[in-house]
Design a protein around this ligand. Sequence first.
Ligand code: ZN
Ligand code: ZN
Length: 720
Amino acid sequence: MDQKLTKPYDPTTTEGRIYETWEKSGYFQPEADRPWADNPKTNPNFGKTFTIIMPPPNANGHLHAGHALFITMEDIMTRYKRMQGYKALWVPGADHAGFETQIVYEKKLEKEGRSRFGMEAKDLYDEIYAFTMEHKKYMEAEVRAVGASCDWSREKFTLDKDVIEKTQTTFKKMYDDGLVYRGKRIINWCTKHQTSLSDVETEFKEKKEPFYYFKYGPFTIGTSRPETKFGDKYVVMHPADTRYQEYTHGQQIDLEWINGPITATVIKDEAIDMEFGTGVMTITPWHDAVDFDIAQRHNLDKEPIIDFKGRLLPIAGEFAGLKIAEARPKIVEKLQAKGLLEKIDENYLHNVKVCYKCETTIEPQIKEQWFVKMKPLAAKAIEAVNENKIKFIPDNYRKIFLYWMENTLDWNISRQIVWGISIPAKICDACSDGTPDLDNTITTCKTCGGEMRADTDTFDTWFSSGQWPQLVLGYPEGKDFETYHPTDVMETGHDLIFKWVPRMVIFGLYLTGQIPFHTVYMHGLVNDAQGKKMSKSKGNVVNPIEIASKYGMDALRMGLVIGNPPGSDSALAENKIKGYKNFANKVWNISRFILESTEGINFDGNFSAFTPADQSLKQELADLLVDITSDMDNYRFHLAAEKLYHYTWHRLADEIIEDSKNILKGEDVVAKNSRAQFLHFALRQVLKSLHPFMPFLTEELWGIINPGGSLLIIEPWPHL
Ligand SMILES: [Zn+2]
Ligand SMILES: [Zn+2]
């Protein structure tokens, strides 16, 4: 018997060695030679492919428990399909994580007493690039540590040269197809980060703020933002509001306002909520999305009141240059002194849009940006899902996906950050014209003849990651694209049902006419032992690599899978993982017992001459494996793992092995041979079927029971 088995199982000396063996073997690549799988006679799935594109982890960070979960899930799927005879391809990646990384780097600059404002864009880009490349190695080492059987030879970074070029080409193509336009529209602006943000990069936070009622000519208007009211010269009410029927649309009224007399124009619009405040409001189209729409409908003037740093502009008169927080009480004071303040409701609760990173209140601004026309693209995605070309696991995400697509707005893809893929376009400041320019040849404006400058903005990171399945597979040319697209499963966190999944479906259909994947598998959040969301500020973050170094990666993987059905959040408790370390030891000890106690018993090795008792044990195991295979095929990995755990420990170890002790020591040679054969047989099936879940332990044991044989990673899945 192998000397290793006489000692307890030690994951720390095993896992790195086993991973290296796999990586060197080339079996992570779907093209690797596997005699049984390369033969249609021995492989029922001969010639079939199975592809997963890994959601690329952030290159500058460490893995968190959520990463460990998705790597485990995708590895289970890939290993299972590989053992089923598929050409299984799992492509790893690394994400430059635009805005996120730039924020990390800005904090680093801050610590060094520097700031990105005032740095040359190229210098900043080069610095962040070097920083990210340095950190990417750590992330990759951690993905390996989890046991990912992904094909590193195909790894893609989101800022690889070909990724950049192809993303830029898509932009030009969409512009030519009328799906990208340059527009002066209202956007979400973070005054701290000095960039626009997409809706998914903002959050709502409940705030209690005073709500003011002011006299505005014959009306009373309500607002929580008096500082935006300087330019308000339109007073809007619902056309059906009988309280104001004496006023007509377009009527002009002279009235006294903050900085003197003004002429206000009455506008009737159905967007006004008659129940809110007094049913009358003035509008600030430059700084409010609803007001912007009203102004667009009636072709009204729009004037900026607040600059991009969050300070009042000269239109505010004596308040110009003040920050909003300073200006607000002063403006209220002045209106009060003029007798225009009616009342203040101090307990006004409302949701305020904030930057998802710094929680600064979003200042809507009108800005020239590039937009994607979403409606026609979303229509195709809706059609594909309605035709059941894409399956969601769990199924309720289908509805969420459709709702999101049916209510989509045009997408602002311009970002004022340097860390990303630059937008290949030329801008004319004189007339606001913008034209894509892939080869950098345009110098004069086609509209006004003015000089064009290069757009300094970068793409929203979801613009390139939306094309990730195609970019990774070398679209539009190349063998990988032909062979592996559409891919099979997109396994990702359920929060990405908004941000990422719809964009991938849209780009897949737009670029290739194909869906990018036929199954979307959504995993939930990994919370702490008490079920609370992990966060650095709460200090309850479980580092997956740290915990695995204590209990073994296989134990962590089991802990992440069992009890965790798709889509639901899970609680990661150390005790649970410790329990699976005990299970790993149990499997180790079972193997030792079987090898030890059958040494010297001669059996022919073809597992045929079973006694009726062993025949029924074999049938029981065969039934279990059929059941588990069905769970695996239907993405019920949590059940498959639990059934295997239960069988191995409570049936094989506790009952069958206990019962075998007397038989193996007994005089009945037939029974002895038969039981020895059965135990070897059962051990092989257990190791094979546990392999996707506990790859390190099972590979190590396979090598011990099969010295000189092939690796477990390419063994066929048990078919009994
Ligand atoms: Zn911010
Ligand atoms: Zn021009």
